[in-house]
Design a binder for this molecule. Structure first.
Ligand code: KQY
Length: 401
């Protein structure tokens, strides 16, 4: 049942006193676009988990999992971890020296959703889109209250990176979109048309806003997201592009499992779709782990707090192998089910033949409501810098000679 929560502490998403003014145009108008995740990265941002009402046992097991994800990505590209003052020493000690640790306040640890969406132009420019954020539904089913620190994360990340900021006038989490870098955006109706995000905007207005801020031309709409996904069906847990014209789709064969109908509907929509370049889509099924559910011990380790979605024993977990991160030379994917992990790795490796596929134990992240893609945000490298990246130890694919 959706929880109802009180009024937000503040709404300072557009202007933060003392910070540089946002741009008053849009990325598309200025010739910027969101690159695909497999294009070269300058780095990756994450945020350190700590809230005991979302992470069990004071977040210690989740911190171990986040540190393992950061270490795996750091083998491929520079990682920055946003950490509170109270957790700074602990995070610093848990992370490899190569991970940059910065003090930056958050309400939780989902940089995919609270961070900026970076956009590039063809002339070496990089900027960021700061979307509105309402904790996955605000007063109508949001996951926690308040969320004003999370609302300011994107602006602060852009301040640290020194990148100009666009302010997008719509509520959107980065996990609710995937792009192919060639004009197509993939999303779900369950999330983007949900009245708890942008009730004043219809489908056409949302499409227009996506195109203006991502530099895209075509939306491929899927229906629902993964069964019991508390984000209202983020696409990054259901399906993603592996390259232009190819989509990986989480798949459950058992017709009695509620996920089967969701995946079947997505398959039919993808098979009927064409992308922005007019291509049909090749769909690769990626069998889901489980089904998995929270144990009594796991649920009992989470502190119950009013205004935060409770965790209960037996709750179905929205487990999916699609929720991976494509780093410059690796794909970092979640280990969730010993019976299926290897098969998932083989399918992901075939879809990304130039990258090494690395698994990280990720059940603790899943218990918090998401997975590896949800906790990471890539910082793309402008084309002008690829030569410099190629000379470093974290050279992106496509930049090597
Ligand atoms: O899936 C995501 N992109 C975020 C999940 C947030 C869950 C908060 N408990």
């Amino acid at each position: 049942m959706p929880i109802r929560i009180g009024t937000t502490r503040s709404d300072r998403w557009a202007t933060i006193p003392g910070m540089r003014s946002p741009l008053d145009t849009t990325p598309a108008a200025d010739g910027f676009r969101m690159p695909a995740e497999w294009e070269p990265h300058a780095g990756c941002w994450m945020a350190w988990p700590e809230r005991p009402d979302n992470w069990r046992l004071g977040a210690e097991p989740a911190q171990e999992a986040y540190a393992a994800v950061a270490s795996a990505i750091a083998a491929s590209e520079p990682v920055t971890m946003a950490v509170s003052d109270g957790q700074f020493e602990r995070a610093r000690a848990a992370l490899p020296d190569s991970v940059r640790v910065v003090e930056l306040s958050t309400d939780d640890a989902w940089l995919r959703d609270t961070g900026p969406t970076f956009v590039l132009d063809g002339a070496g420019g990089r900027r960021g889109v700061d979307w509105r954020f309402n904790a996955w539904g605000g007063l109508e089913g949001g996951l926690y209250f308040p969320w004003d620190r999370d609302e300011r994360v994107a602006a602060k990340v852009l301040e640290v990176e020194g990148d100009p900021r666009y302010v997008a006038p719509l509520v959107l989490e980065g996990g609710s979109i995937h792009v192919d870098g060639e004009g197509t955006v993939l999303t779900t109706e369950q999330c983007l048309l949900n009245p708890n995000r942008n009730p004043e905007l219809d489908r056409a207005a949302i499409e227009a806003a996506l195109h203006a801020h991502l530099g895209t031309e075509k939306v491929v709409w899927l229906g629902d997201g993964v069964f019991e996904d508390e984000t209202d069906g983020h696409v990054d847990n259901l399906a993603c592009f592996a390259r232009p014209g190819m989509v990986l789709l989480t798949w459950v064969e058992d017709p009695d499992d509620p996920q089967h109908a969701v995946s079947r509907d997505a398959l039919e929509r993808l098979e009927a779709a064409t992308d922005a370049r007019g291509r049909s889509l090749e769909v690769i099924k990626l069998p889901a782990p489980g089904p998995l559910a929270a144990t009594a011990e796991e649920a009992a380790g989470v502190k119950a707090v009013g205004g935060t979605r409770p965790r209960r024993a037996g709750d179905r977990l929205a487990a999916s192998y699609v929720n991976f991160y494509v780093a410059n030379s690796h794909v970092v994917y979640p280990l969730l089910d010993p019976a299926r992990d290897e098969e998932a790795a083989a399918i992901i490796a075939a879809a990304f033949p130039d990258r090494e596929v690395v698994g990280v134990p990720a059940r603790e992240i899943l218990l918090g409501g998401g997975n590896i893609h949800c906790i990471t945000q890539q910082v793309p490298a402008p084309a002008a810098t690829w030569g410099r990246l190629a000379a470093s130890s974290v050279a992106p694919l496509g930049s090597r000679t």
